[in-house]
Design a protein around this ligand. Structure first.
Ligand code: ADP
Ligand code: MG
Length: 679
């Protein structure tokens, strides 16, 4: 049914609903309450206690309006029940005069103030009725919806109740009965009713369980199906040839691989040698040596006469990867190219030609790589660095370009196990769960503004020993200009204090060539202190930099602080991370404290999720997956587990969801997958 045909929804409200993302009656039913108010217990007036939020059932004796100040109205109702008398007040809602009528019965809900023997209910919600039975209907658990201006609780309760009481044309459930029973789920229609107007706590929990299961189950199905599509038996290239490039590279490496690196390379090797395409995520904490794993895969493709590509999220990182790989690959005679926005158009054209002719064997670039009109000669492996999600969307984009071979995604963002399943249900996961030997854990301190003198002495000492220092300034989201001013000011103050040293500035708004030059200066040790924004958050590797100062550290999330800290501690020397803050916010302080207590990215991620919720944790970086309306991690992890199993089992029984009893599921998953592609 279209929304405008529902009683109470005119053009104006329709617009407001649209703004909330509500376009259909289904959307409206899926507009879930934020919380509930228990009005099932009616309290006699005489029993009210001061400060209590309660519901009373009263008779209205009289109503008066007062205007104690200009522009202010107080509506006062004198009410009573069998137990006694009291008043109810509403502030600045003069229109209520027409609804709160002397002689009527009402349910009032609000906060009680009991002083000097007087009982008053403040800012009360009300429900009037002529018929006492109708009143009792309101004495129940009541939903409280998230609101927007112009739409009231009363409105939502009313229209949703209307929708729920609509006679339904014997709508089938999404699942066959046997399936519901197996997973302990109530019928969908019952769940829809109870999530809005639960009879009691138990019926709420059952409803929520059913709806959360639906959310998780459909996404799991979509992920598994899209993965099966990508993994079509003949979807990849079997890189079975083992030449001498990989052994020669390993021979020349200045370090021995960690056991974890060897294990993960083995997993990658197996994927690459099989004919079905690789869809693998390598997860490893900052500094665990993911680049070497990438290099292995890139070389293996070349060894098989193919081209391979490495995509990085920033120019700086792409350039750094290029330099590392160039050092490793050039002596082997492997031709490697760099494609970023920093190239002149002529340079870019030449590089692209060299890629399409096949002369360039390994190409490193930013994510723009695939947006460009680039043509590969024979690309069979794509490595994507520092992204925790290579979404269905990007895959579709690549398929459009006719590329369906092996994909290796690398991420340092530690994803708690539970979430990994939701986010990467479509990827195989490898873990680099070991740091190279000899690393000293970074020591982390939290420093208050008033101890800045001490901090400066410490930085001075480090510089004196020939170490280098990062200073990261926060990003102020509302204003990029402010950010810049901030970073520039910080640079100036550092330059004044450490006048004997060279202090550089690096931020996102600089031209690519300028960025590259500053970064180069820092890598080569010409710049001693690098004042920067979060542009260096991921991936950057300058082992002789041992101090990371984070200014206004309270503005960063845990995951981000951990990433920043990962820029130091990459060499043999003891490194330090110093969080400067003045905050008194207890949650922010808790984050700082956690940082000083642990270097374990996984542990921090779990904590971050608890402190801020998963949505916040991923922030705007989570792409390609629908937001969950009800499901919450980690609380719903057990349900996720069971939804996942249900999805796997269902697809085993009916891979294409073609049987009559699964057709509805198939339809829902289909539209979900469409949405995932177009997000
Ligand atoms: P990340 O996983 O954060 O991308 P990198 O690949 O940048 O880490 O590696 C971090 C540093 O550790 C680099 O300087 C790299 O050369 C070095 N490294 C990588 N693997 C090893 C190893 N097995 N032994 C010693 N150093 C290593
Ligand atoms: Mg890296």
């Amino acid at each position: 049914m279209e929304l405008q045909y529902i009683k109470g929804i005119g053009p104006k409200r329709l617009k407001l609903l649209n703004r909330l993302g509500v376009f259909s009656d289904t959307d409206l039913l899926n507009y879930f309450p934020r919380r509930y108010e228990d009005r099932s217990q009616i309290v006699p007036l005489a029993f009210l206690t001061d400060g209590q939020t309660a519901t009373v059932k009263v008779f209205v004796k009289d109503v008066r309006e007062q205007t104690p100040k200009k522009g202010m109205t107080v509506l006062k109702a004198y009410v009573g029940d069998e137990s006694g008398n009291g008043t109810a007040v509403w502030f600045n809602q003069p229109f209520l005069k027409k609804q709160i009528l002397p002689g009527s019965q009402m349910l009032l809900t609000g906060k009680a103030q009991c002083r000097f023997g007087q009982r008053e209910i403040v800012a009360a919600d009300y429900q009037a009725a002529n018929d006492p039975d109708e009143l009792l209907e309101g004495a129940r658990i009541i939903p409280v919806y998230p609101l927007t201006e112009g739409l009231s609780q009363r409105f939502f309760r009313e229209v949703i109740r209307q929708l729920l009481s609509r006679p339904r044309d014997k709508e089938e459930d999404l699942y066959p009965e046997e399936f519901r029973e197996r997973y302990g789920l109530i019928p969908r229609a019952e769940a829809a009713r109870s999530i809005h107007f639960p009879e009691d706590e138990d019926s709420f929990h059952k409803a929520r369980k059913r709806l959360v299961f639906d959310e998780l189950f459909l996404v799991q199905l979509a992920l598994i199906i899209s993965r099966n599509q990508m993994k079509r038996e003949d979807g990849g290239v079997a890189h079975t040839r083992n030449g001498d490039l990989v052994p020669r590279w390993l021979e020349a490496l200045p370090f021995a691989l960690t056991a974890a690196q060897r294990r993960v390379m083995e997993e990658v090797r197996r994927d690459m040698e099989s004919l079905s395409s690789m869809q693998r995520l390598v997860q490893g904490d900052v500094g665990s040596g993911k680049t070497a794993v990438a290099a292995f895969a890139l070389l293996k493709a070349v060894e098989n006469g193919c081209q391979s590509a490495l995509m990085a999220p920033t120019e700086i990182l792409a350039r750094q990867h290029f330099e590392t790989l160039f050092k490793w690959f050039a002596p082997l005679g492997v031709r490697i190219g760099l494609l970023t926005g920093a190239l002149s158009s002529g340079g870019k054209k030449a590089e692209m030609e060299s890629v399409s002719s096949g002369e360039t064997q390994v190409v490193v670039g930013t994510h723009a790589l695939f947006q460009e009109n680039i043509r590969f000669r024979h690309l069979t492996l794509l490595v994507i660095d520092e992204q925790h999600r290579f979404g269905v969307k990007q895959r579709a984009l690549m398929e459009e370009k006719g590329f369906t071979a092996d994909v290796l995604v690398m991420s340092a963002t530690p994803i708690p196990r539970t979430l990994a399943l939701t986010l990467y249900g479509d990827l195989d996961i490898s873990s680099l769960d070991e740091l190279p030997p000899g690393r000293k854990p970074v020591e982390t301190f939290c420093v208050l503004e008033r101890a800045r003198g001490k901090l400066q002495r410490f930085i001075g000492e480090c510089l004196g020993k020939g170490r280098q220092v990062y200073v990261v300034c926060p990003l102020i989201e509302e204003s990029e200009t402010l950010d810049l001013k901030n970073a520039k000011e910080v640079r100036e103050s550092y330059a004044r204090i450490f006048s004997g040293y060279s202090v550089g500035l690096l931020h996102g708004r600089m031209k690519p060539a300028e960025k590259a030059e500053v970064m180069e200066g820092f890598v080569q040790g010409r710049i001693h202190v690098l004042v920067t924004t979060t542009v260096i958050e991921v991936g950057v590797n300058v082992p002789q930099a041992t101090v990371m100062v984070v200014e206004s550290a309270e503005r960063f999330g845990l995951a981000q602080l951990h990433q920043l800290r990962g820029r130091v501690g990459r060499g043999e020397d003891q490194s330090h991370c110093i969080l400067v803050t003045e905050t008194k916010n207890p949650v922010a302080l808790k984050r700082m404290k956690l940082m000083t207590q642990t270097n374990d990215g996984f542990k921090l991620a779990e904590e971050d999720m608890v402190l801020r919720g998963p949505g916040e944790f991923f922030g705007s970086r989570q792409h390609g997956l629908p937001d969950f309306k009800l499901a919450k991690m980690p609380e719903d992890a057990p349900l996720l587990e069971s939804a996942r199993q249900a999805a796997v089992q269902l697809l085993e029984e009916d891979p294409l969801l073609r049987s009559a009893e699964h057709r509805r599921i198939g339809r829902e998953v289909g539209s979900l997958m469409d949405a995932m592609v177009t997000i």
